[in-house]
Design a protein around this ligand. Structure first.
Ligand code: SIN
Length: 537
């Protein structure tokens, strides 16, 4: 990358004294489970603003199906959930963080229940089910496979009832603002076609994931990694960017977007078949359908290649039809919309990008290396997931670390915006007369490139080539000043994709979700650690 691209601090020209201004003790960017929980906690005594790029309903949390993992069953133990999380994390999870998240889970899930979340119940207790990598059924769910929607609706209702939380929807956060000490002092964003500054004593990044960096993804359109890119420009340390988790089973109907088909189906007995009707998973792992996700994803790809097919199938024909419709209403409806009768037909599936393990590095109090800046949820790298995430641990992480971030931000000694000095921020980007490229076209090509070259199976040559191609696009896109979210999103996507490809090239081993065909084994001596990256380093 050239100096200009690498070191451009802001995406837009700024003169803070002539820009619209708002003030918050605590500013939360993003409205998934982590952002909403952070806002609820911070509002105990502080004025909070939540901004989100679309509506409160547009998040990965909303789309979550399987559920939220926690020790809820009397025969389960914290030690077992901790061990499963660490095993799946392949040796690089932060044990302190795992312990914290697992132990806080039951209490916070009980709180969700008290707030009105209609979890599915069995014998008066929250019902739990199984997903891959869990040695005990501990995945709680609500309205069958509508867990994300049900939880988000409860949290949205709650934030709307709290008078000192102001919500700004369709507000695109462009950049974090920092003062001369590089402390975060708020953001510059785009609200109803004008630039808007929000000065804040503390800022919490809960901007979610980045599945849209890939052609095939379960994520909503908003998940373009903006928060991670803006943290990078502000000087935050990013960690684990090479770890993108692919979900083994998303509906494959050519031309339709890739909808999630929850892993819980396999947890409850669905079988993967190839196009010849053969159940192939036992050939790849003794746990078959319930092997960790990275193994199932690679097995599906290998079987697709072996059988020269674009997809495999999930077989749920043995499920009771009425039970299926009640237990998985979302998937049932989705399949029906494509004339797939799950009691007679197989469900066509293939893997797609699902969950960004990497993000802004935080400690166990959700703090980043930038003063007054916290991160939680998918935008953060807390170390919980190590090199691979255990299914349904992400809603749990968002619940726990959202609360931690909100608490820390509201209790910090500098939690009141009236005590904060606002610097004048003036920033001017030099004009560039290089050719304009079509950013919509670049976005599509970038997503295809990431799928091909930085996907489920990686190796050096394609990773280097991806960086070269992205650098070329960056020369023509990063030097421009855009006046709307489409352009800024494209700049953010190019930034994060470049860094992901670079980190994937650096990790010359295979661990968890990162599989290198040229280094197929784990190399503990050199890589049992995290890769950190920050601007200029
Ligand atoms: C699923 O329902 O399979 C997704 C759950 C998760 O990604 O944690």
């Amino acid at each position: 990358m050239t100096g200009q691209i690498e070191f451009r601090r802001y995406l837009v020209d700024i003169d803070s004294i002539s820009t619209h201004q708002l003030f918050a003790d605590c500013l939360v960017i993003g409205a998934g489970i982590a952002g909403l929980c952070a806002a609820i906690e911070a509002a105990k005594g502080r004025n909070v603003i939540i901004v989100c790029k679309a509506t409160l309903e547009d998040s990965n949390t909303w789309k979550a199906q399987g559920g939220i993992a926690s020790v809820l069953d009397k025969t389960d133990t914290f030690e077992s959930h901790i061990a499963d999380t660490l095993n799946t994390g392949c040796g690089i999870s932060d044990e302190k963080v795992v312990d914290l998240v697992v132990r806080q889970g039951p209490e916070l899930i009980e709180q969700l229940l008290r707030w009105g979340t209609e979890f599915d119940m069995a014998d008066g207790h929250i019902a739990t089910t199984l997903e891959g990598g869990h040695t005990h059924p501990r995945v709680a769910h609500a309205h069958g496979d509508e867990t994300g929607r049900i939880i988000t609706e409860v949290l949205i209702r709650k934030v709307r009832q709290i008078p000192n939380i102001k919500i700004l929807e369709n507000f695109y956060a462009i950049d974090l603002l920092t003062n001369d000490n590089n402390d975060c002092v708020g953001i510059i964003g785009h609200d109803k076609r004008v630039l808007q500054i929000v000065w804040s004593a503390n800022t919490i990044l809960g901007t979610g994931g980045a599945g849209q960096l890939y052609r095939e993804t379960t994520n909503p359109e908003v998940a373009t990694g903006d928060g991670i890119a803006m943290a990078y420009r502000a000087g935050a340390i990013l960690q684990d960017l090479e770890f993108m988790q692919f979900h083994p089973t998303t509906l494959y109907v050519a031309g339709a977007s890739r909808a999630l088909i929850t892993e819980v189906l396999r947890g409850e007995g669905a079988v993967l078949l190839d196009k010849n009707g053969s159940a192939f998973m036992k050939e790849y792992h003794e746990s078959a359908e319930l092997a960790p996700r990275d193994i199932v994803s690679r097995a599906i790809l290998a079987q697709m290649l072996k059988t020269k097919s674009t997809h495999v199938y999930l077989d749920v024909r043995h499920f009771n039809k009425e039970h299926f419709a009640e237990r998985f209403p979302l998937i049932n409806e989705l399949c029906e919309s494509f004339d797939i009768d799950v009691s007679r037909d197989l469900i066509p599936v293939r893997p797609s990008a699902h969950y960004m393990i990497g993000g802004a590095k935080t400690d166990s109090t959700a703090k980043t290396n930038i003063e007054n800046l916290y991160a939680c949820g998918e935008a953060a790298a807390t170390g919980l997931h190590g090199a691979n995430r255990l299914g349904s641990n992400s809603l749990l992480e968002g619940l726990v670390f959202g609360k931690v971030a909100g608490h820390e931000a509201s209790q910090s000694t500098k939690a009141d915006v009236s005590h904060i000095k606002h610097p004048r921020i003036k920033y001017q980007i030099p004009h560039s007369d290089r050719t304009r490229l079509d950013t919509a076209d670049i976005r599509n090509s970038l997503r295809a490139l990431m799928w091909r070259n930085v996907g489920i199976t990686r190796s050096a040559r394609p990773l280097i080539e991806a960086q070269e191609i992205i650098s070329f696009w960056q020369r023509y896109v990063m030097d421009k000043i855009f006046d709307g979210p489409a352009g800024w999103e494209c700049q953010n996507m190019l930034t994060i994709c470049q860094l992901m490809a670079r980190c994937a090239q650096m990790r010359e081993e295979s661990r968890g979700v990162h599989f290198r065909s040229d280094f197929p084994n784990a190399d503990d001596e050199n890589f049992k650690k995290h890769i950190e990256i920050s601007r200029g380093k």
